[in-house]
Design a protein around this ligand. Sequence first.
Ligand SMILES: [Zn+2]
Length: 192
Amino acid sequence: MTESEILAIYEDAGALLNGHFILSSGRHSSRYLQSALVLMHPAHAEALAAELIAKIDPACCDMIVSPAIGGLVIGQEVARQLNKPFIFTERKEGEMQLRRGFTIPQGARLLVVEDVITTGGSVRECMDVVRRHGGEPVMVLAVVDRAPHEQDRFDVPHRTAIALEVETYAADDCPLCRENTIPAVKPGSRSN
Ligand SMILES: [Zn+2]
């Protein structure tokens, strides 16, 4: 699939929202991506996971890990197609953790899969958890990169299916707030 074909899937699913949004970082933006509305369709999840897998050597990893909640669906689908185990990290009281009895074999190589990356904060926290448990993150895969010019977010290589730069504004310097026609809303959960 080309980037424009993938973007068309997002538009058709109503997942590319236009309005006035407060992002998890606190910054404001006129566009927001709700990947859950795309990944709720198994055929889309299957196709996007195949796109991501085409960008890697499947032998590079032993297991797949995703930060919950955003990465769960695409991470599971990547793992299914690679026929490798899938685990996830999740926040409890704000801190990313490995729970539910998941363990990581010493030295296991983990592929980190996320739906949307912006600052990459959740992915970095997920990689920290992997390392604390004796695993080695080898690469990051994400469907959408919202900050493609920031190349130094991770200390391992990353690949994404589409880049969609979204302009954001400081909350106290937002043109949409100044226009004062659409109230700012906080959509869904943390998306980075
Ligand atoms: Zn605003």
